[in-house]
Design a protein around this ligand. Structure first.
Ligand SMILES: Nc1ncnc2c1ncn2[C@@H]1O[C@H](COP(=O)(O)OP(=O)(O)OP(=O)(O)O)[C@@H](O)[C@H]1O
Ligand SMILES: [Mg+2]
Length: 366
């Protein structure tokens, strides 16, 4: 806070009129101000540069720099004291110019006898105004500082979140690798497929965390990249030799990480089903496709195999079906089979954002 409230404020009176300056000095000193006199604009500027001036009264007519020119120089000084501009009565245009340029107030000079008390009122008003301005600046600086602190905290939090995602992703990847090892050493085909299935489920979650570690923001995942790495995991799995013709066609769509996990798990289940059942003789094409249709996303997993067997396969646990249903209801998705496709073609259609998220997002936007 400024010192003006505890000690008497110092007024710099800039005027070449020595007699009036003495009058101002005597009158305002009696009213509790400290008065310093400068006889020219330049002398006034030099005096302000030395510091300790709380308020300036500035006359327009002076040899050398006139009042408006001096005012311009004063206002260039950082933390300049407020200026009360003094003019003759016929110069209201100059007074307006001074106010527009940044003077705190103006005062007409030739009201004899009234000049000193009016000057005091104007000076006190200017001091109060400057005090308010200072308080406002301080408050604003405080707001800026806390905004900066907040930004720093948010950045730190983001780094930590990335780090956590990285570690969680790595740990899950280790579990997926263990399942992969176990699948590779299994001798029975069913066991191999079941372990690969489990590996795929874990990898689907792991990949989301790994994507979040590298994504530019932590609130979304690029689906095409995510699905690409998911399928890459599957190709490297124990059942990988049966996925030589596994293809992906996906648009670059950003989506909430939670939804990405659901999509990844569905893809894993349906691809593994195609691997397990579509081609009893070995391998064949399996296509994964993702595209946007308005506000919806459509995921298609298709094969050209034997087609969906209506009567349950003795190898079936039914768990895959249940997992797909659970993920689909989480995504608010419809799951349909294309009856015209030879082989199996499953369409999963779901809104890009969950209804709850979309509602809160539109509420935030309005
Ligand atoms: N692409 C496909 N081609 C032919 N038949 C399929 C295909 N996908 C699924 N099926 C049939 O549907 C049944 C149900 O699949 P579901 O995923 O529910 O169980 P699962 O795959 O047998 O068991 P899990 O997923 O737990 O390993 C399978 O047993 C199989 O007969
Ligand atoms: Mg299955």
């Amino acid at each position: 806070m400024s010192t003006t409230s505890t000690t008497s404020p110092t007024l710099l009176y800039i005027d070449d009129d020595e007699a009036l300056a003495r009058l101002v000095d005597r009158g305002l000193t009696r009213l509790g101000l400290k008065v310093v006199h400068a006889a020219s604009g330049q002398e006034g500027l030099d005096r302000i540069a030395k510091g300790g001036i709380d308020v300036v009264a500035l006359d327009q007519y002076m040899p050398g720099l006139d009042g408006l020119e001096t005012l311009e120089q004063i206002l260039k000084i950082p933390d300049a004291p407020p200026v009360v501009f003094v003019t003759a009565s016929q110069d209201s245009a100059i007074a307006v110019t001074a106010l527009k340029a940044g003077a705190a107030d103006y005062l007409v000079k030739d009201i004899h006898g009234e000049f000193i008390p009016l000057l005091q009122v104007a000076v006190n008003g200017a001091l109060r105004q400057a005090e308010l301005q200072r308080a406002r600046d301080e408050a604003e600086a405080e707001i800026h500082a806390s905004r900066d602190r907040f930004a720093a905290l948010a950045a730190e939090r983001e780094v930590l979140l990335r780090e956590v995602n990285h570690r969680v992703g790595n740990s899950l990847q280790i579990i997926a690798s263990l399942l992969h090892l176990q699948a590779s050493s299994a001798t029975q085909d069913d066991v191999k497929a079941a372990l690969t299935n489990a590996m795929g489920r874990v990898a689907a979650v792991a990949q989301v965390h790994r994507r979040l570690y590298t994504s530019h923001d932590l609130k979304s995942v690029l689906l095409n990249q995510y699905l690409e790495s998911l399928l890459e995991d599957l190709r490297r799995s124990a059942e990988g030799n049966r996925m030589s013709r596994l293809t992906l066609k996906a648009e670059p769509i950003e989506i909430d990480p939670d939804r990405a996990v659901g999509i990844g798990i569905i893809v894993n289940e349906l691809v593994m089903n195609a691997v397990k059942y579509a081609y009893p003789e070995g391998a064949g094409p399996i296509h994964v496709e993702l595209k946007a249709e308005g506000d919806d996303l459509v995921l298609t997993i298709s094969d050209d195999g034997v087609g969906l067997n209506v009567k349950a396969d003795p190898r079936s646990t039914g768990l895959g079906q249940r997992i797909v249903s659970a993920m689909a209801s989480k995504l608010e998705a419809s799951v349909e089979r294309d009856p015209d496709h030879s082989g199996t073609r499953i369409l999963v259609r779901f809104p890009r954002a969950s209804a709850a998220t979309a509602k809160s997002a539109s509420a935030a936007a309005s």
